[in-house]
Design a protein. Structure first.
Lengths: 375, 250
């Protein structure tokens, strides 16, 4: 049984995904296709943040941590598939040789197996997030403190990765990677195959997230966002619900991170940098954090504009100003992001959803005043 | 036979200030108990202690023979304690219908709720509940758009949806008109017997309409307990409420 609203949502989400799948037919430029694939990956993280921030009120400023961890998992697996220049096959990855590492560290070894790497890229960030969430939400940490803790955790993980150069490549990250091969298909970063792989992952994650929001648990999460304490007095274990959504969000971000490595052909500490993490929040806010597809389109729009503006000759020096102006406008006039544009327009031009409600409210107020006067 | 709810020598202190100081109270199953007292007597704190919002600093609270003091608030709620707050607290961004669905909490687990669609068929009774409290026209309206009185009704409906064994009502008629107060009294009388209810209230007319036995609190302690007529003529109670009009005028 689906409500009209759900039907409409499924329709819009389906249309967006269809458009994403049809795009390669219009583009013949591999470079451009690679860039769009990159935007789709970023859209995926933004959507994951909307799930935890927009629906459960958990502002995760460390969303890039899960993204980066996923990205490194994939990079490690692909690095082990390249034949090192210095030592030949079976030799150590090049940066380890430069760092005088004698043998492959133990935690690199399982990454010879691609299924392990893929599982690690999703489950790893989920486990880390689960531990973090458990401590935060059991301790009933809320609001801005969650933002601070997640941001601090991100910085710590980032610093550890930069510091442990012998195992992670430090500042340079992990470069010179092999191409991913799955089921006999090679995923070249500059090809439609990779684009479709990302499009499929995005679609699956989008509808998975939509299903979560449409479940009763999704409803409870929104209730938690509104009034956390009240939910507890109905007997729900609020911490467990929040941990659940935090982990799902981390899993999607981890998957997106792996795809990002495939598209970019390297992994770098900037993938779990503060700057990227805050960008995700901005994409999400511009697109509309209470709409999954809104956050997704917000990321594509803002990241796309960033790319286009910073490369155009006219805006070469001023593109950051243009972006800043856009944010200010959105915050001022569309606090619920671009996704709320449709609702605002129907409200303004006599949409049938919005108009009857104030009338009804007027009636009830009239009735209660009558009651108050004892009529 | 042990009482349904039994508080013995319970205390709660905030930075040394004892809001509740050695309170003992027994409520039988199916009873409707009114808790009255002057401002600052510790009535709301007493409810907070029972539902786990405040952790007692001493004494024991037993519900169905089980000690509640060591459990978290959500676990206490699961064992069958429902609470209506003094300031109406509903989920403002959710619609009336969604509010009721959240309150209908027969299964509390994460996984069970993840695998179930919202708006499922087993919640038909919720529409009837909305009708019962006069909100059936507002089912799809966000709770933020309701008037104060309607919000009160919604919260009462939430309690009914939760169907708790023990219901704690904190000033349920605050801000209600005479007719609405009457309706609330009707609901309370209807619930009596099936549910154990504790009501904190200032409105003596309302208390008379519903209460069997009244407990009067003063300075965190139980001052007097008995039927309405007895309490009204109790000299100690009169003194606490200072004014010569007695509690009827409070």
């Amino acid at each position: 049984m689906m409500s009209k609203r759900t039907m409409r949502q499924v329709f819009v989400y389906g249309a967006v995904c269809l458009a994403i799948f049809l795009l390669p037919m219009l583009i013949n430029d591999d470079f451009l296709l690679n860039r769009f694939a990159r935007y789709l990956v970023l859209a995926m993280v933004s959507m994951a943040l909307a799930l935890s921030w927009g629906y459960a009120g958990i502002l995760n400023l460390g969303q890039a941590m899960s993204f980066g961890l996923g990205s490194y998992c994939m990079a490690m697996a692909l690095k082990l598939r390249t034949i090192p220049v210095h030592t030949g096959s079976e030799g150590l990855p090049d940066f380890m040789v430069w760092n005088n590492v004698e043998a492959l560290p133990w935690f690199w070894k399982p990454f010879y197996s691609m299924p392990f790497a893929i599982a690690a890229g999703i489950i790893g960030p989920m486990i880390v997030s689960a531990i973090l969430a458990w401590f935060m939400f059991r301790g009933r940490v809320t609001g801005v403190y969650v933002a601070i803790i997640t941001l601090a955790t991100l910085v710590v993980v980032n610093l550890v990765i930069i510091d442990q150069q012998w195992a992670t490549g430090g500042f340079n990250g992990i470069t010179d990677l092999a191409q991913l091969e799955l089921f006999g298909i090679t995923f070249d970063a500059y090809s439609a195959t990779t684009y479709y792989l990302i499009a499929i992952c995005l679609t699956v994650c989008l509808f998975l997230a939509l299903a979560v929001t449409k479940s009763k648990a999704g409803l409870i999460l929104q209730a938690i966002r509104d009034q956390e304490d009240r939910v507890r007095f109905f007997g729900y274990d609020v911490a467990l619900f929040k941990t659940m959504v935090f982990c799902i969000s981390a899993g999607i971000a981890g998957l997106a991170g792996m795809l990002y490595t495939i598209v970019m052909e390297f992994a770098s500490p900037t993938f779990l940098g503060v700057q990227l993490s805050l960008s995700i929040v901005i994409w999400c806010a511009v697109g509309g954090r209470q709409s999954l597809v809104g956050a997704l389109l917000g990321a594509i729009l803002v990241a796309g504009m960033q790319g286009a503006l910073s490369e155009s000759e006219v805006f070469l020096d001023t593109w950051t100003l243009v972006m800043g102006a856009l944010f200010v406008l959105v915050v001022l006039f569309l606090p619920n992001g671009i996704a709320s544009l449709g609702e605002k327009l129907t409200e303004k031009f006599g949409g049938r959803r919005a108009t009857p409600e104030p009338a009804k409210r007027g009636n009830s107020i009239a009735r209660s005043t009558k009651l108050a006067e004892g009529k | 036979m042990t009482a349904h709810l039994e508080l013995s020598d319970v205390s709660a202190s905030f930075n040394g200030f004892k809001a509740v100081n050695g309170l003992s109270l027994k409520v039988e199953k199916g009873e409707l108990r009114c808790l009255i007292g002057p401002n600052g007597a510790g009535k709301t704190t007493a409810l907070d202690l029972i539902c786990g919002k405040t952790v007692p600093s001493g004494g024991s609270i037993r519900f169905k023979g089980i000690e509640l003091g060591r459990h978290d608030d959500y676990q206490i709620a699961r064992s069958g304690v429902g609470r209506k707050f003094q300031v109406p607290s509903v989920f403002r961004q959710l619609t009336v219908r969604e509010n009721l669905e959240v309150a209908y909490c027969k299964r509390n687990g994460v996984l069970a709720n993840l695998l179930r669609w919202a708006h499922s068929a087993d919640s038909d009774g919720l529409d009837k509940l909305a009708e019962f409290v006069g909100l059936s026209d507002q089912l799809n309206v966000p709770a933020a758009h309701l008037s104060h009185g309607q919000t009160q009704w919604l919260e009462i409906a939430l309690l009914l949806a939760q169907d708790a064994e023990l219901i704690l009502l904190d000033e349920p008629t605050a801000g209600m008109t005479v007719q609405e107060t009457q309706k609330t009294a009707d609901i309370c009388n209807r619930l009596k017997g099936k549910h154990t209810i504790i009501v904190v209230e200032h409105d003596m007319g309302f208390v008379k309409a519903i209460g069997d036995i009244i407990s009067v609190m003063h300075q965190g302690k139980l001052l007097a307990e008995g039927p309405v007529a007895e309490i009204e003529n109790n000299p100690k109670v009169k003194q606490v409420y200072l004014g010569s009009v007695g509690i009827s005028g409070a």
